[in-house]
Write a protein that binds this ligand. Structure first.
Ligand SMILES: C[S@@+](CC[C@H](N)C(=O)[O-])C[C@H]1O[C@@H](n2cnc3c(N)ncnc32)[C@H](O)[C@@H]1O
Length: 275
């Protein structure tokens, strides 16, 4: 029997605060089945693996112990002692707070949280935050930052291109990450984010867009080069049925990688307006 998968299921289940009974209900199996997986006397049916990975917020590869190469070069960038992106929250966080002040425990999902500066800031301000990133090292530092600030954030590793939402959120937040979404996944992914947003919930997102007069950043990653660039207004097009609070396109200077260059970015805040 494969004992590793059982241990992994138990670990992830506990991280997500699920009992064996709760996990069993989500998968439509008995809690005895979950118990047997976890103590290594049986393994889940292959037909259940996708759903199980989804509920445990991981990938089937990770579930069955297949080691994948890091999907992001940030793994290396986050290796230093310092916080690569600093620890000052992005101004988009303040805009979220203005629109949806934490008068009740709103649930936030931070997609591509990096080293966790925004997720931790929002948690400190009373939001219930889940956050994922592909970079393990970033998540380690994010957990340290959360500990330092005495807040709980549900940080986990996931790849935006394989991610399937299970829970609903009041606020979906993402900064500097959507350009990693491959073009064939964009529409479906955004649709799923919208479906997993509560009534009057908001999305606060930004994405780098291509401009013919701006040269590619010198430190552009391989993963970015392989992806089709986003064009101006593309993000807006996915939200034609939502109310916009902001849709701005900005060109700004950047010196990441040590060489000054420019970026163009679309930033939006929109609401799932249901009256
Ligand atoms: C520009 S950083 C932004 C980090 C963070 N949102 C912030 O503003 O500090 C981009 C992040 O996307 C993550 N990333 C890259 N490819 C990814 C993928 N396929 N799935 C999930 N995250 C990914 C990187 O690890 C990195 O942390």
């Amino acid at each position: 029997m494969n004992h590793n998968i059982g241990r992994f299921i138990a670990k992830k289940r506990k991280e997500l605060g699920l009992t064996q009974q709760k996990l069993a209900e989500k998968l439509n199996v008995s809690f005895q089945a979950v118990s047997k997986w976890e103590n290594g006397t049986s393994i889940p049916d292959t037909l259940l693996l996708t759903q199980l990975a989804c509920v445990l917020k991981t990938s089937v590869d990770t579930l069955v112990g297949y080691k994948v190469a890091p999907v992001t070069e940030y793994e290396k960038k986050y290796n230093g002692q310092d916080y690569y992106w600093g620890i000052t929250p992005n101004r988009l966080c303040y805009e979220v707070m203005k629109l949806k002040p934490p008068v009740k425990p709103y649930r936030v999902l931070d997609i591509g949280c990096g080293e966790g500066k925004d997720a931790v800031f929002l948690a400190k301000n009373g939001y219930i935050v889940s956050a994922f990133d592909a970079a393990k090292k970033g998540l380690e530092k994010a957990r340290e930052l959360a500990q330092l600030h005495h807040v709980d954030v549900n940080f986990y590793q996931a790849n935006i291109n394989e991610y399937e939402l299970v829970d609903d959120y009041d606020i979906i937040y993402s900064s500097g990450v959507f350009h990693y979404l491959t073009q064939n996944k964009r529409k479906q992914f955004v649709q799923s984010l919208k479906e997993h947003t509560t009534a009057n919930g908001i999305h606060a997102l930004n994405v780098f867009v291509e401009k013919p007069f701006i040269e590619a950043a010198p430190d552009r990653e391989e993963a970015e080069q392989m992806n089709e660039p986003w064009y101006s207004g593309e993000l807006m097009g996915y939200y034609h049925d939502w109310v916009f609070y902001e849709y701005v396109e900005e060109i700004f200077d950047c010196s990441s990688g040590g060489i000054p260059h420019k970026h163009c970015m679309d930033r939006m805040i929109a609401e799932k307006f249901l009256g």
